[in-house]
Design a protein around this ligand. Structure first.
Ligand SMILES: NC(=O)C1=CN([C@@H]2O[C@H](COP(=O)(O)OP(=O)(O)OC[C@H]3O[C@@H](n4cnc5c(N)ncnc54)[C@H](O)[C@@H]3O)[C@@H](O)[C@H]2O)C=CC1
Ligand SMILES: O=C(O)[C@@H]1CCC=N1
Length: 270
């Protein structure tokens, strides 16, 4: 890709995206510039990814065409104050935090800047990310296509209207955590029943991945796929009955709602 890519902040999510785009062959590691606060992170990222990393936010902001702000939501204001005069008119700034709205970015910069609000997730690290994007009015179609190319290098990407962005963390950014909880709980019980832990993780994670692939590739309704697993009087329907008694689906729905409510609250606070 013929664009200078910069990351302000290079923690869990920044590293996942960087590894994903390098593995996909989109860019060379040496073409990516990033910043972090601690020398420990700078040393680790240098050794692990071979990108150019420093603590020079202003320089990276000045020298990037696509500038990812991979920092925690509560440091956005301070970082934007620091870098805003370095960001040129042609640079596209990409946010990755829940609740940082396009308006909040315009206000923080104090001028019209090209901004794309996005919500990626950590499976980007292994090329299986799900990212959702929303550009402001100053981003051209070509620029959006370039940024989509970046996101699609490490997974799938969709564009939605900004009013839907608060519903997005529940299905992209945060949802892997919920699935890890499911995998952990399933494996714990398998271990309790005598299966070795490593085998339990392998069996459960492969089954979860396979089920997700079935939904994606067959296009069949998840309920229909579930029914196809349930033998009358068999093991699956016994498990389904117990899960429903324990409020399984309702618990998931409430978790998704809480995630969305929190994103809305964060959006209002900015
Ligand atoms: N971890 C995840 O699964 C996801 C995170 N996000 C969002 O990504 C953003 C980053 O999250 P994580 O990577 O998890 O956090 P993290 O704490 O792992 O990384 C944050 C990075 O920012 C750096 N940093 C902090 N202050 C800085 C400053 N003033 N200048 C330059 N660098 C600075 C830190 O050194 C660190 O490298 C957050 O806004 C989060 O909401 C979005 C989707 C998923
Ligand atoms: O928990 C959070 O707020 C961030 C956004 C999505 C995943 N992590």
């Amino acid at each position: 890709m013929n664009k200078r890519i910069g990351f302000i902040g290079c923690g869990q999510m920044g590293q996942a995206m960087i590894q994903g785009m390098i593995d996909a062959g989109l860019v060379e590691a040496s073409d990516i510039a990033a910043t972090a606060l601690s020398d420990e992170t700078i040393d680790f990222v240098t050794d692990e990814y071979g990108i150019n990393i420093s603590n020079e936010n202003k320089r990276v902001a000045r020298e990037s065409d696509l500038l990812f702000l991979a920092i925690k939501p509560y440091v956005y204001q301070g970082v934007v104050q620091e870098i805003k005069d370095e960001v040129s008119e042609g640079t596209v700034v990409i946010t990755i935090a829940a609740g940082i709205t396009l308006d909040a970015m315009k206000e923080a910069f104090g001028r019209n800047v090209k901004v794309i609000r996005s919500m990626p997730n950590t499976p980007s690290l292994v090329g299986a990310g799900m990212s959702v994007l929303c550009p402001n009015d100053f981003v051209t179609k070509e620029e959006l296509a370039e940024v989509m190319e970046v996101y699609e290098s490490f997974g799938e990407a969709e564009v939605v209207e900004e009013k839907l962005m608060d519903a997005v963390p529940a299905v992209s950014g945060s949802s892997p955590a919920f699935v890890y909880m499911l995998i952990e709980a399933m494996a714990d019980m398998a271990v309790q029943q005598g299966l070795p832990r490593e085998k339990a993780y392998k069996m459960v994670s492969q089954s979860v991945q396979g089920a997700a692939q079935m939904v994606k590739e067959t296009g069949r309704h998840p309920g229909e796929l579930k029914d196809a697993v349930c033998t009358p009087g068999g093991t699956t329907i016994a498990g389904v009955t117990k899960l429903e008694e324990a409020g399984f689906r309702n618990a998931i729905m409430q978790g998704m709602k809480a995630c969305t409510d929190q994103s809305k609250a964060l959006s209002k606070g900015n």
